[in-house]
Ligand binder design. Structure first.
Ligand SMILES: [Zn+2]
Length: 307
């Protein structure tokens, strides 16, 4: 291993374009001095010794860091529109997946030889968007007394206890924060999966990329095609992994249910206490009254004919 320096960065969005990155003065000076010290150390104590020193030296990280990962929230009109066009309360989705490659120059063993260039992954960035809403015709439940009356309290309790209604029984009341906290469970999955897959991603992104003897050949030939394919593959692997986790988060009693209960359960307790104090009874509610009238009417008409 010879003297190393970061030559340039390639983005997956524009793999063919080479834009030399000018490091800041401070970063450049730091990298040079660390790399210089490493090279000297290596000559005197060999690779094994350098690895041991690296493991101890806190400030050695910038010179030989492995790839970094970052998940960033972005605003997305598409995500918002897709949510609004759906029957869902919230939507969290990956908007972009970018991987950056850098070429490391290895100095030749003999002064007359050419240097060789080795690809390394410098970082992966995931952009995600998350949006939440109350479904049309659903009203936010404020703390009682708020909108809690003899007519509304039973439906409020039903809708909160069922976490926003059930198929065939649409909710009239809910809390936006329960939806937001549900979506945050998916955001957490996006972030944690990125960390969990970091090493596997790095290895898969580098698959098929070999050190070559010429910087331009490396950039134009090896990288352009293979790198773009690798990024597409890893993007798909990551997307599948987060999709699987999202599915399991939705299991009854799972992470999203737990997140919503943490918001609605205290409100349920407040409404129950208020209803008890006000001596509301289910029979007081308009819906309960109508149900009673319907039942009496049905009984008077006799059993329904079989169909
Ligand atoms: Zn969900």
């Amino acid at each position: 291993m010879g003297h190393q320096r970061e030559r340039q960065q390639l983005s997956s969005a524009a793999p063919a374009r080479l834009v030399p990155r000018a490091p800041s003065r401070a970063a450049s000076a730091g990298a040079t001095s660390i790399a210089g010290r490493l090279a000297r150390l290596q000559r005197t104590i060999g690779n094994e010794g350098v690895q041991r020193v690296l493991a101890r030296a806190r400030n050695a990280q910038p010179a030989l860091q492995r790839m970094t990962t970052e998940a960033r929230q972005v605003a997305s009109a598409e995500n918002r529109a897709e949510l609004d066009a759906s029957t869902g309360w919230g939507l969290t989705s990956m908007q972009d997946f970018r991987a950056r490659l850098r070429l490391i120059e290895h100095a030749p063993a003999e002064p007359d030889d050419d240097p060789t260039w080795e690809p390394q992954v410098s970082g992966v960035t995931v952009d995600y968007a998350t949006d939440s809403r109350l479904l049309p015709n659903v009203t936010e439940v404020p703390a009682p007394p708020g909108l809690t009356t003899a007519d509304t309290f039973a439906q409020q309790l039903d809708d909160l206890q069922s976490l926003g209604g059930s198929p065939g029984d649409a909710a009239e009341w809910y809390m936006i924060r329960a939806v937001e906290d549900h979506e945050q469970v998916h955001v957490k999955a996006l972030r944690e999966t990125l960390d969990a897959m970091k090493v596997a991603m790095e290895m898969r992104l580098l698959q098929g990329l070999r050190p070559v003897g010429d910087e331009r050949a490396m950039a134009r030939l090896s990288i352009q095609q293979q790198w773009a394919e690798n990024v597409a593959t890893v993007r798909a692997l990551y997307n599948d992994a987060t999709g699987d986790i999202g599915e399991s988060d939705h299991a009854p009693g799972g992470a999203t249910d737990t997140a919503e209960h943490a918001v609605v359960d205290p409100m349920i307790a407040q409404i129950e206490a208020y209803a008890r104090a006000q001596r509301f009874r289910p029979e007081d509610s308009f819906e309960a009254l109508m149900a009673l009238i319907d039942r009496h009417a049905a009984e008077a008409a006799g059993p329904a004919p079989a169909t």
